[in-house]
Design a protein around this ligand. Structure first.
Ligand code: GLN
Length: 244
């Protein structure tokens, strides 16, 4: 049975709007295909060998949760995580986690939380929170998909030339409420503001991440097996019909 290893960064400190559901969706869609996804929660202060992970997930959090983990992320996990990303690790980060993968997050209170700089983005808190349902039109491995989610953030995130955009915001605010950019991509790292949880609502994205991880570990030996997703896709369509 193929096995994949997932690191769940700061599961206790960074989990708002059911972001943990992303890990559950990854594990379940792996299990349905006979892939054993083993999850390792990563808490502040722990040392881990990042070279053994195929996937990583970093959820959103309050500014206070981000302040709790920012230094650990930078000092403790940073070096290993950086190397793993350059080596093709598949990583999904949502909202507060996304912000901490950028260069920095300047909070409301004027505190400058250091980011990893893995993604060429930076974030500045605005006065007004950006809250509501969101639709981002994206292209995943050549297939167009409208991703649905829910956003709630004060941070405005701006992109530098080192990232590609995950997609165009069709409904909602997205990264900064100004340029309709929704999320960033660097190598196999994906950051965006879509809570929801994102992956249970968007099985195409879940499968895209699993396919990337399988490809890296097993090459062509274990291509992603097709999976019936009628119910998930109906739910996604129902949400799109409501919003568009
Ligand atoms: N604290 C950050 C903000 O408000 C992130 C919020 C979140 O992860 N939902 O911008």
């Amino acid at each position: 049975m193929p096995t994949l290893y997932l690191a769940h960064l700061y599961a206790a400190e960074m989990n708002v709007y059911g972001d943990r559901g992303n890990v559950i969706a990854l594990r379940q869609r792996c299990a349905w295909r006979g892939i054993d996804l083993r999850v390792t929660p990563i808490a502040p202060g722990e040392q881990h060998d990042w070279s053994r992970f195929d996937l990583a997930f970093f959820g959103g959090g309050q500014d206070s949760g981000q302040a709790l983990v920012a230094t650990d992320l930078f000092e403790c996990q940073g070096p290993g995580l950086r190397t793993a990303v350059e080596d093709g690790l598949t990583l999904l980060a949502i909202c507060g986690g996304y912000q901490l993968l950028g260069h920095y997050f300047l909070t409301h209170a004027g505190e400058r939380l250091p980011g990893l700089g893995l993604l060429d983005v930076y974030t500045i808190a605005g006065k007004q929170r950006m809250i509501g349902n969101i639709v981002v039109e994206s292209e995943l491995a050549g297939t167009r998909v409208k991703l649905v989610g829910f956003e709630n953030h004060s941070g405005h995130t701006y992109h530098g030339p080192g990232v590609r955009s995950l997609g165009r915001v069709v409904v909602g605010y997205g990264d900064n409420g100004e340029d309709r950019v929704g999320g960033a991509i660097y190598r196999n790292v994906y950051g965006c503001y879509l809570h929801g949880s994102l992956l249970p609502k968007n099985p195409q994205f879940t499968d895209h991440l699993i396919a990337l991880a399988l490809q890296r570990r097993y090459g062509s030996a274990f291509p992603l097996a097709p999976l019936e997703s009628d119910l998930e896709l109906q739910a996604q369509q129902a949400m799109l019909a409501r919003l568009l």
